[in-house]
Design a protein around this ligand. Structure first.
Ligand code: ATP
Ligand code: MG
Length: 353
């Protein structure tokens, strides 16, 4: 083993590793820990546990117990509150050490985002199977529909009586309507036209559009991370995906309420079994009544709607588009706080799904 191997291993671990002295002061933290705490090692080494984790009474107790008993300790799904009010769920392992004044080794693995996405990923697999059935069905509907429409047109030419032409017009009109519906159900089939996209420009365009559609009663708050790099994607399709989500939010709030648009990056994030170094996240939050409980597991399926006049296609199309960008849409919903999050990998060479 090279002398610096342990250090390199520590630096490349995806779990956060922290060491504390007997006074529960931080003595070291690896890069994954810096990412979790959103700070640099320099700033927090020497801080006490209480400073690192406000409201950490219970955690401090566990660490003290481990120090005293010298028995390793593991706890699953521990809720922690980080400075800045961020809440996370972690699996936590505490191991007593007795070297160089370092007394405790603490490993933290964030699990909440993994849990949430894993659930969404199961859904994606089912949705992919569904889409295959729908595509097949769409093909079977469109072929005879074309024949039907053509025959009605020929018939129309033969008809001398304008009163009878009314019937052929209805056939043609309804055939066109059905075809448009089938096209929407199968989602945008055009391949992605990738270009550099500034996601904030996309969000601003949508915000302006919504404020024109709903001139009063709607407040749109923005919290953008200005340091975000540009994304390689299909601008028009991304606009459509975000617009479908924002429009749902406006409809859910019955056009009165507050929408928050947030952007941020996540580092070292796994989507559909692939780990990405950098992922752009866009949150669309509304303070409406929340997704109806009976629909929660199904909203990304086509034709699932809670609205009397909805077609139930908006979210399935949005999800399709984001999957084609190598990403995923997740949703967390409760009354007064529904958040749809678009996860978009920032690598330039992501494959098409
Ligand atoms: N922000 C939200 N708050 C509450 N419910 C939501 C929200 N977004 C979506 N939903 C629920 O999910 C359902 C599916 O949404 P989706 O956009 O797929 O279809 P739709 O809005 O009903 O119809 P379409 O978008 O095709 O016009 C909605 O009918 C609604 O019940
Ligand atoms: Mg919709």
């Amino acid at each position: 083993m090279q002398p610096d191997t342990p250090k390199r291993i520590l630096e490349n671990l995806t779990g956060a590793v922290l060491t504390f002295d007997t006074g529960l002061r931080l003595t070291s933290i690896n890069p994954a820990g810096e990412i979790l705490f959103e700070t640099s090692a320099k700033k927090i080494i020497g801080h006490t546990l209480g400073e690192l984790l406000p409201h950490s009474g219970q955690t401090a107790q566990v660490l003290q117990q481990t120090l005293a008993s010298r028995h390793p300790f593991t706890a699953r799904s521990v809720r922690l509150r980080l400075p800045g009010r961020r809440r996370i769920t972690v699996d936590c392992t505490v191991t007593p050490l007795a070297e160089n004044g370092e007394a405790l080794l603490v490993e933290l693995t964030q699990v909440d985002r993994l849990l949430r996405l894993a659930r969404d990923e199961g859904l994606i697999e089912r949705q992919a199977a569904n889409r295959a059935v729908i595509r097949g069905l769409a093909h079977e509907i469109k072929n005879p529909l074309g024949g039907l429409r053509g025959a009605a047109q020929l018939l129309e030419r033969e008809l001398g009586d304008p009163a009878l032409m009314e019937y052929t017009r209805i056939i043609i009109h309804e055939a066109d309507r059905l075809r448009a519906l089938v096209d929407r159900m199968t989602g945008p089939i055009q391949p992605l036209k990738k270009e550099r996209v500034n996601i904030h420009e996309v969000l601003e365009l949508i915000a302006r559009l919504m404020l024109v559609e709903v001139p009063s009663g709607l407040v749109i708050e923005r919290r953008y991370d200005p340091s975000l790099p540009e994304l390689l994607g299909d601008r028009d399709q991304l606009i459509q995906a975000v617009l479908n989500i924002v429009r749902n939010a406006v409809e859910a709030m019955e056009r009165k309420g507050r929408i928050k648009l947030r952007t941020r990056v996540e580092r070292s994030f796994t989507i559909r079994h692939k780990r990405h170094r950098l992922v752009l996240c866009v949150d669309v939050e509304d303070d409406g009544p929340g997704v109806p409980a009976e629909l929660r597991e199904h909203i990304f399926y086509p034709m699932v709607t809670g609205k009397p006049t909805g077609t139930g296609l908006g979210l399935s199309i949005a999800q399709d588009i984001i999957i084609k960008h190598g990403g995923l849409i997740g949703c967390e919903s409760r009354p007064k706080q529904t958040v749809f999050t678009l996860y978009l990998p920032l690598e330039t060479n992501h494959g098409q799904a």
